[in-house]
Design a protein. Structure first.
Length: 124
């Protein structure tokens, strides 16, 4: 349980730093609420770990959700051809821009999950 609490605190530190820059003079409230939420985060993490152990599909669903969020962030990044002059790279990126963003996000998410499943099978 101590490990779950430590990972939860470390994982949420970036959110807390960002939120701390936005709350103005209410830093004491932010710190108090953050400390009060650690047991809740630990309970949820333990619950999800138990569910993943009991139901294998939960882990696959979580991987899909993480891939969807990650691909959404990647697709919002500036276009890579702004940093490279390769004609092949720019042609490929222009072709990808013709695909609707949600479809591209779904395809990249499915690819990320498929690669993860393949790597897991190779390791096993």
């Amino acid at each position: 349980m101590l490990r779950i609490c430590a990972v939860t605190i470390a994982g949420n530190m970036d959110n807390m730093v960002w939120l701390g820059t936005r709350v103005g003079h209410l830093h004491a409230w932010l710190a108090g609420i953050a400390v009060a939420c650690v047991p809740l985060f630990a309970w949820v993490a333990a619950f999800f770990a138990e569910q993943c152990a009991q139901h294998g599909w939960v882990l696959l669903l979580a991987a899909g959700m993480a891939a969807w969020a990650g691909c959404g962030l990647v697709l919002q990044a500036p276009p890579p051809w702004a940093i490279t002059s390769s004609v092949l790279w720019r042609t490929w990126m222009a072709w990808l821009q013709a695909i609707p963003p949600t479809a591209l996000q779904a395809e990249l998410s499915a690819l990320a999950v498929a690669v993860g499943v393949a790597l897991r099978r190779v390791r096993a």
